[in-house]
Write a protein that binds this ligand. Structure first.
Ligand code: ZN
Ligand code: ZN
Ligand code: ZN
Ligand code: ZN
Length: 341
């Protein structure tokens, strides 16, 4: 019945498939325009509450919230309500699954307690919670992202520092090597000076060589000088071939890095335990408590407030007397909302 709200139930009885444009809440049936017109005129259905389907968006969703009979107990009528579990119950449910529940009242009583305001309040609190949750998630991700960037920058700084240190070490080494080179050059320079000095002395000696000196002696002197000069010549001609250069054997840091360091770190998103939750789906309705209290304190339960057709219910004294038979006149739509728990 509920799933076929788009087809006129009256026409379907005569095997005619006609789209429904209206809905009778009392019969819980779809009606075509023609049948709806007739439905309103007929005496038995004159008081029925009929709505135009086009006026209600998501009518299928609305219908899915409404249970006309107990799905657990062979389609028994749902005439009671357990406010602890927010469940509609049939007579059997009341005795079995809600046997220990203290807050079981009739559906009619319950209908008088809930208003759109109660739902609106729930909408508001849930929407607020969702907004907070969304904002918290967004904010925490943003700040965590900033933390990642900061961490990478810190790593880069440390890497730069380390390479700065290595660079400094090479420069220091260069200075040490340069100094030892200068020492070497200095030693060579001093031997060159010595050589010049020796040449100068020998030149003077050559000048004083004369016929007064026996030729054997002067030969010996000349020969000695030639030998010394020859030695110096040999020494310096070999040493001038020596040149100094800095030899630098660089470590192939780039290929080492590229082989061993493939990234600075992986970034992924993981689920952490959810600390945020919607609390409490049981709002002990004050009105419900009042009804329970009234019922306990007085044998004769008096209905305080009734929605819908009041006249047809005024003579009912105890809701427990209600028959498990569907009485369309007292049917009032009850919304079953699934809250997050
Ligand atoms: Zn019809
Ligand atoms: Zn009807
Ligand atoms: Zn049941
Ligand atoms: Zn219960």
């Amino acid at each position: 019945m509920e799933t076929h709200f788009k087809i006129c139930a009256s026409c379907l009885q005569e095997d005619e498939n006609v789209s429904s444009s209206e809905w009778c809440w009392n019969c819980m049936e779809g009606l075509c325009t023609e049948c709806a017109k007739y439905h309103r005129k007929q005496k038995p259905s004159r008081q029925h509450k009929i709505v135009v389907l086009n006026n209600i968006p998501n009518f299928d969703v609305l219908l899915s919230y409404i249970h006309t009979s107990c799905p657990m107990h062979n389609n028994q009528s749902l005439l009671s309500f357990c406010s602890t579990h927010r469940d509609l119950c049939c007579e059997l449910c009341v005795k079995t699954s809600h046997g220990d529940c203290k807050q079981v009242i009739t559906l009619t009583e319950a209908a008088a307690t809930t208003t759109n305001d109660d739902v609106a309040e729930k909408f508001k609190s849930l929407e607020k919670l969702l907004e907070i949750k969304t904002e918290t998630i967004r904010k925490s991700l943003v700040s965590q992202g900033e933390e990642v960037v900061q961490k990478v920058q810190q790593m880069r700084t440390e890497i730069d520092k380390y390479f700065d240190k290595l660079e400094e070490e090479v420069k220091k080494n260069l200075i040490v090597q340069h100094e030892s080179y200068l020492k070497l050059v200095h030693q060579e320079n001093s031997s060159v000076d010595e050589c010049f000095h020796e040449i100068k002395i020998m030149k003077e000696l050559v000048c004083v060589l004369s016929d007064d000196i026996p030729s054997e002696i002067s030969f010996q002197l000349r020969n000695e000088m030639i030998k010394i000069l020859q030695n110096h010549n040999n020494k310096f001609s070999s040493s001038t071939k020596q040149a100094y250069q800095f030899l630098f054997k660089p470590v192939d840091v780039m290929s080492l890095l590229e082989t061993n360091v493939k990234s600075l770190g992986e970034v992924c998103i993981t689920k952490i335990s959810d600390a945020c939750h919607v609390s409490g789906n049981q709002i002990p309705c004050q009105k419900i408590n009042e009804i329970i209290y009234d019922r306990k304190s007085s044998e004769k339960f008096k209905e305080t407030s009734v929605t819908g057709d009041q006249n047809s219910q005024n003579d009912r004294k105890k809701s427990t007397e209600m028959k498990a038979e569907r009485i369309p006149e007292k049917a009032s739509p009850t919304h079953k909302l699934n809250y997050l728990s």
